[in-house]
Design a protein around this ligand. Structure first.
Ligand SMILES: Nc1ncnc2c1ncn2[C@@H]1O[C@H](COP(=O)(O)OP(=O)(O)OP(=O)(O)O)[C@@H](O)[C@H]1O
Ligand SMILES: [Mg+2]
Length: 381
């Protein structure tokens, strides 16, 4: 449970009403603040974190509905319950209250017990959601840490074995050398095993270091890239060109269908990372053992959203694996060095960095189809 006293904001232009509500709530350990108009309420929400807001509708300056919309714009208030307290009882007002983001609507004059119960229910729900999110985070972190340890264990373990072998060979070598027993054969043998040992150590430490780089990307917030204006399609074309060497001599076609003038004010590197992962996955997994393949990327703007449809005509994903694609460390390519982090990173970038959504469908031998939706209100001019 939340181990602090829930903070409640009461907003009403009539101070008598604030007093009545505060009186009703005083039996609980709530910390009460108040504002006498919508504008002040929005200002207070920008400064402090309330757990629940009781909001009057008819107020000068900014009415309750408008205030609610503005409060919901504040990123930390998306899940904070707002209950409207109002004398307006017509259906349109009630519907409007829910439309603008309210969770409940109490008509004045209200019954004190009923109001208290409604408030307690919302606070309880908020506590339970908070607990659920914390538990989920802990579970996710636990499995990520276990996964990291497991993945790093193999290359580091191999490097340790190789160095310890080199160590014992060097000791033996040094003993022969000191006792003047060293033959040319011993020297050749020693040099050959050192070369082999160093190469094994180097490869495996390099692998560990690559893995650490990918783990760092999982924590999306660590990238320090600034937003900048860029032409998405021009930029993606450059990304595609940089991926050309991966096609080797295969006959892969990529069709990028997008308005060349489409300009975003966003994180260019994030888009490059997303498309690089999707395309490499189509090549590595989708077109595995196939000499040809086609990728179609359609990008358009609809209802202030950037819509990206990405399709390949590869082998698709096994039904049993559909749910695992975004899980960290899920890979069907471990033998060739797949870490299973690519799609997890793509998912985090889209949902956290770009506030968007990603979904996909796939059927065995019918390829894969991703649908990505990114709201543009934060990212265009
Ligand atoms: N286009 C695709 N076609 C078929 N299977 C795919 C496709 N994209 C992803 N997959 C499946 O989803 C799994 C997870 O993909 P993900 O990118 O997370 O890991 P990976 O490519 O195996 O490793 P890496 O961490 O190197 O990207 C893949 O191993 C593969 O089984
Ligand atoms: Mg991948």
């Amino acid at each position: 449970m939340i181990n602090y006293n829930p903070k409640i904001l009461i907003v009403d232009d009539i101070s008598k009403n604030i007093q009545i509500v505060a009186n009703i709530l005083k039996s609980e350990n709530y910390l009460i603040s108040f504002a006498n108009n919508g504008k002040k309420a929005v200002g207070l929400c920008q400064e402090a974190n309330f757990d629940l807001i009781l909001l009057d509708v008819m107020m000068p300056e900014l009415n309750g509905f408008e205030a609610c919309l503005q409060i919901k714009e504040i990123s930390t208030y998306k899940d904070v319950p707002i209950i409207f307290l109002t004398a307006k009882s017509d259906t349109d007002s009630v519907l409007k209250a829910f439309e603008v983001g309210g969770v409940d609507y109490v008509i004045k004059p209200f019954n004190a017990k009923e109001l208290l119960l409604r408030v307690k229910t919302q606070i309880k729900l908020r506590e339970l959601t908070h607990k659920l999110v914390q538990t989920e985070k802990i579970i996710a972190l636990g499995s990520l840490v276990a996964g990291v340890a497991h993945e790093i264990n193999t290359p580091v373990g191999v490097a340790v074995t190789a160095t310890s072998k080199m160590d014992s060979k060097t000791k033996k070598f040094s003993k022969f050398y000191k006792s003047n027993e060293l033959t040319k054969y011993d020297l050749d043998n020693y040099l050959a095993s050192m070369q082999e040992g160093l190469s094994i150590t180097f490869k495996n430490l390099e692998r560990a270091s690559e893995l650490i780089q990918s783990f760092k990307q999982v924590a999306v917030d660590q990238s320090s890239e600034e937003k900048r204006k860029f032409k998405l399609c021009e930029y993606l074309n450059e990304t595609l060109i940089s991926l050309k060497p991966k096609f080797k001599n295969k006959n892969y076609i990529i069709n990028l269908n997008c308005n060349m003038n489409l300009e975003l004010n966003s994180y260019a590197g994030v888009y490059s990372q997303i498309f690089t992962n999707l395309i490499l996955n189509s090549i590595i997994h989708g077109f595995k053992n196939l000499n040809s393949g086609e990728i179609n990327i359609d990008i358009l703007i609809k209802n202030l959203n950037l819509i990206i449809e990405y399709k390949d005509n590869g082998v698709g994903i096994d039904e049993n694996n559909l749910k695992k694609v975004f899980e960290p460390f899920f890979t069907t390519n471990r033998e060739n060095g797949g870490s299973g982090l690519g799609m997890h990173i793509v998912y985090n970038l889209i949902t956290q960095k770009l506030n968007g959504k990603i979904d996909f469908k796939s059927e065995k031998n019918r390829g894969i189809e991703f649908l990505i939706i990114i709201p543009l209100k934060d990212f265009n001019e």
